[in-house]
Write a protein that binds this ligand. Structure first.
Ligand SMILES: Cc1ncc(COP(=O)(O)O)c(C=O)c1O
Length: 364
């Protein structure tokens, strides 16, 4: 634990925390943070460079504070996938969906609120709750980490949270919650005056329809998305949410002025224009995911059904930490997500996946 100097008035409730983050190690194969392994196609890289040269002379000015052009492009993208009719008033964008989530909790969380998430799930949700002083209530998934909606509704009715988090496909399990089950939760949330936050960071890798279509019927849903995964754009830091305009107005209150730089807005717009090229590998990643899952099963391991770009597996004889270390020693960095007996692997290029599988056969 860090020892803090007396002259630093750091909040008492943060003093015992360590900074969040997966290890960043050089010269290994990175299969630990669910990134897209494909770098930008040269055509998109060129278009981005061109756009940067256009905006660079305006960097003496603050950016468009409300990123209206980018939000309009994101609305068109969501509409093209889901047949919806959103416009910029339904979209909020920030530096990654983590910032989107934090701004949402700054606006809607706090000491008098309460958030509930169903674990195991994305560990940043309770962390953001803590940072924003939002009391966190831990809900549970079933043994196979699937969300049993009847049980989930029961947990909501007992705990009466103001904000409910669902991650689908779920990280770290990859399991998908059915559209109908999200709707059932949205209904109960509405009856209880709660907001349902659906974290769809991995939506493009899944066959289940997005919850954005529920917004017409349920004003209390917020869907968060990211360009970090399917768009292969993690380094640019762009995330967004889709919601009713009232939620966007709340985000405008809580956000920092000029939070999204001119460069970020410009490059994200170009990326969305070139989405077909950028997302060309999504199908390849899905078929690689299925191939790796079969290979893991063939070697006697159990793999959770995944709708994302990663797999959670179990059934090995050493501890998670020991096996994780053996992979690292062989130059493959995967993720120990803190679940006893499980490890998570991100799907890489087919060569990287082959390397992962061949190391697995040596070390398991
Ligand atoms: C479920 C989930 N939500 C949100 C994020 C954050 O993504 P971003 O890069 O947009 O901040 C991640 C990143 O891994 C994630 O797994």
């Amino acid at each position: 634990m860090t020892t803090w100097p007396q002259w630093l008035p750091i909040r008492e409730d943060l003093q015992s925390l360590s900074p969040y983050g997966a290890p960043q190690i050089e010269n290994v194969i990175h299969l630990n943070t669910n990134e897209n392994p494909y770098s930008l196609p040269p055509e998109v890289a060129q278009a981005i460079l061109h756009r940067v040269t256009e905006v660079v002379s305006s960097l003496n000015r603050y950016p468009d504070r409300d990123a209206v052009r980018l939000r309009t492009s994101l609305a068109e993208y969501v509409n093209s996938l889901s047949g919806t009719q959103f416009s910029s008033v339904n979209i909020w964008a920030a530096n990654g969906s983590n910032e989107v989530l934090q701004t949402l909790l700054l606006a809607c969380g706090g000491e008098s609120s309460q958030a509930l998430g169903f674990t195991p799930s994305y560990s940043v949700h309770p962390l953001i709750a803590r940072i924003t002083r939002t009391p966190w209530s831990e809900g549970f998934r079933g043994d196979s980490f699937e969300l049993d909606v009847i049980d989930a509704i029961d947990q909501v009715r007992r705990k009466l949270p103001k904000i409910i988090f669902i991650t689908t496909p779920n990280n770290p399990s990859g399991t998908v919650t059915k559209f109908a089950d999200i709707e059932a939760l949205a209904k109960v949330a509405l009856e209880n005056g709660a907001l349902l936050v659906v974290d769809e960071a991995y939506q493009e890798f899944s066959e289940e329809p997005s919850a954005v279509r529920l917004l017409e019927k349920y004003p209390n849903i917020v869907i968060t998305r990211t360009m970090s995964k399917a768009f292969a754009f993690a380094g640019a830091r762009v995330g967004y949410l889709v919601a009713r305009p009232e939620v966007i107005n709340a985000m405008l209150i809580a956000r920092l002025p000029y939070h999204l730089s001119t460069l970020t807005q410009a490059v994200a717009e170009v990326a969305i224009e070139h989405r077909e090229l950028l997302q060309a590998e999504v199908r390849a990643l899905v078929s690689e995911r299925n191939r790796v899952a079969i290979e893991l099963e063939k070697s006697g391991l159990t793999v959770l059904p995944s709708g994302a770009n990663f797999l959670l597996f179990t059934g090995f004889s050493s501890t998670s930490e020991q096996l994780w270390r053996k992979f690292l020693d062989a130059g493959v960095l995967i993720r120990d997500v803190g679940l006893k007996g499980y490890l998570r692997v991100t799907i890489g290029t087919s060569e990287e996946n082959d390397r992962f599988l061949s190391v697995l056969h040596q070390v398991k």
